[in-house]
Design a protein around this ligand. Structure first.
Ligand code: NAD
Length: 476
């Protein structure tokens, strides 16, 4: 299938143009590439009603059949991988190779979730009674996705929610709605009407969803700031929430690493997807014994990296995805300049169309600087010198965030011990950003509530129900 034709929402098994549209830009050129439907409250009501109507039938569908539908969705994604990847590059900005990786991963998430099953626990099986706890679907899930990995992060929600027997209304970010809308076209021919609905719109649509009484759960991925609003808005109807939020991931590099071999990996820990990853390394603590040589090796490698339009051959880093984020990142650079911090690379504003920020690396800014304390979510990395392990662990933990962290050392056991002292949902030793559909992923502290992935993530789309059956009724 070659993607063409207008972008339409999927509501109750029908593709719906909506009464208005909004522009979608290519962040590499700032040119308008498409119009997406701008949903009204009535469109949202229709999507919720369709999901609610579809729920009993989908929940009663045998899990093996639901799994078969997820595998069919995966195959549809893989079968259109190139078209998805091109579209993803044009709306998100990431290089074509990375876009392809995201699309293939989106299919993998759909498929791999089907290896999971909903457990039943026998709590008691005595002469008197049998007591079993099973897991039943919640109902209608509202899924809200961000712009940094629009396809795969949507599938983080679609796969487990549908597998567990829920129906869904999915909303992509207004900056990256296009791949999700094309996915909806494929889903229309695979899933029963109303099981998955996709709505797109501007800033008002998310709050309409979180306040809507027709949802049983909101699964949200985005910033911590918005996550707080989502939780508050979900409270009046006590919706379940899963919140996958921001991070300020530390990397701690011990003095026994091979400086030359590790520099490239550390660079990409921070700069993959232009730093726009919730689990990107956002502050890099390097032991003083290797600080200068490692710093120089990272900067030397950074100079070889090609920044440009993701659609061009050879591009390794694209633009920032959108103007608000572009301005936020420039604001952090400006702050660093005003405070007189030392720039090893970058720092200037690129005078070209598109939301391009040059790779920027800062030399040992103070611990209380904004660039160390805040989530930059862009191509700006502070390198920080440390000499005491206890002190650096304290600094790593001295944040309201707790999403990911990494420890780098030739002594893996020592690194593993240190990893257990870090307060975050995931800690990696000698790598970063490895996620699996079969492993729980989530943030502690203000990086999130709940998890996605693995059995734990699947169970967040269910209610535990305990059934107790008396074996010898008194009236028998
Ligand atoms: P964002 O919070 O601005 O937006 C996320 C989504 O929420 C979008 O679809 C947006 O339209 C919607 N939204 C905005 N305001 C809303 C409101 N009041 N109520 C309901 N929905 C609303 O986040 P973003 O800028 O798209 O994404 C970047 C952030 O997401 C970063 O902080 C990043 O760390 C975080 N993130 C976290 C994870 C994770 O798994 N923990 C993954 C990716 C990104």
């Amino acid at each position: 299938m070659v993607f063409d034709g207008p972008y339409r929402m999927l509501i109750g098994g029908e593709l719906v143009a909506g009464s208005a549209t909004f522009d979608v830009l290519n962040p590499a050129t700032e040119e308008v590439i498409a119009q997406a439907p701008d949903a009204t409250p009535a469109d949202l009501d229709a999507a919720v009603a369709a999901a609610r109507d579809a729920f009993p039938g989908w929940a009663a569908t045998p899990i093996a059949d639901r799994k078969a539908k997820l595998v069919a969705l995966a195959n549809a994604v893989w079968g259109n991988a190139d078209a998805f990847a091109r579209l993803l590059t044009s709306e998100q900005g990431k290089p074509h190779s990375e876009a392809t990786g995201e699309v293939m991963g989106a299919g993998y998430w759909l498929q791999a979730n089907t290896t999971l099953d909903l457990p039943e626990t026998v709590n008691e099986d005595s002469d008197d009674r049998i007591s079993i706890t099973r897991h039943v679907p919640l109902g209608v899930v509202g899924a809200i996705a961000p712009w940094n990995f629009p396809m795969i992060l949507a599938m983080f929600k679609v796969a487990p929610a549908l597998l567990a027997g829920n129906t869904m209304v999915l909303k992509p970010s207004p900056f990256t709605p296009l791949t999700t809308l094309r996915f909806a076209e494929l889903a229309k021919d695979i899933l029963p009407a109303g099981v998955l609905n996709v709505v797109t719109g501007g800033d008002a649509l998310g709050p309409w969803m979180t306040a809507h009484p027709g949802f049983d759960k909101i699964s949200f991925t985005g910033s911590t700031q918005t996550g707080r609003r989502v939780m508050a808005s979900a409270a009046p109807t006590l919706k379940r929430v899963t919140l996958e939020l921001g991070g300020n991931d530390p990397a701690i590099v011990l003095p026994d690493v091979n400086v030359e071999k590790i520099a490239e990996q550390l660079f990409w820990a921070a700069f993959t997807n232009n730093g726009q990853i919730c689990i990107a390394t956002k502050r890099m603590y390097i032991h003083k014994d290797i600080y200068e040589p490692l710093r120089d090796a990272i900067v030397a490698y950074a100079r070889t990296v090609k920044v440009g339009d993701g659609a061009e051959q050879g591009t390794q880093i694209g633009p920032i995805n959108n103007k608000p984020q572009y301005e936020r990142v420039l604001g952090l650079i400006e702050d660093a300049r005003e405070k007189g911090y030392k720039f090893l690379l970058g720092g200037e504003k690129a005078d070209v169309p598109g939301y391009f920020v040059p790779i920027t690396i800062l030399d040992n800014p103070p611990e209380d600087s904004r660039i160390v304390q805040e989530e930059q979510f862009g191509p700006v990395l502070p390198l920080i010198k440390f000499d005491d392990l206890d002190d650096v662990i304290t600094k790593a933990n001295a944040t309201d965030y707790g999403l990911g962290a990494s420890i780098w050392s030739a002594d893996e056991d020592r690194a593993y011990d240190l990893a257990q002292r870090i307060q975050s949902g995931t800690v990696w030793v000698n790598e970063t950003q490895h996620l699996s559909p079969l492993a729980a992923f989530g943030g502690v502290k203000q990086s999130g509530v709940g998890v996605e992935g693995g059995l734990e993530g699947l169970l967040e789309y269910t209610n535990a129900q305990t059934l107790v059956r008396k074996k010898k009724p008194a009236f028998a």
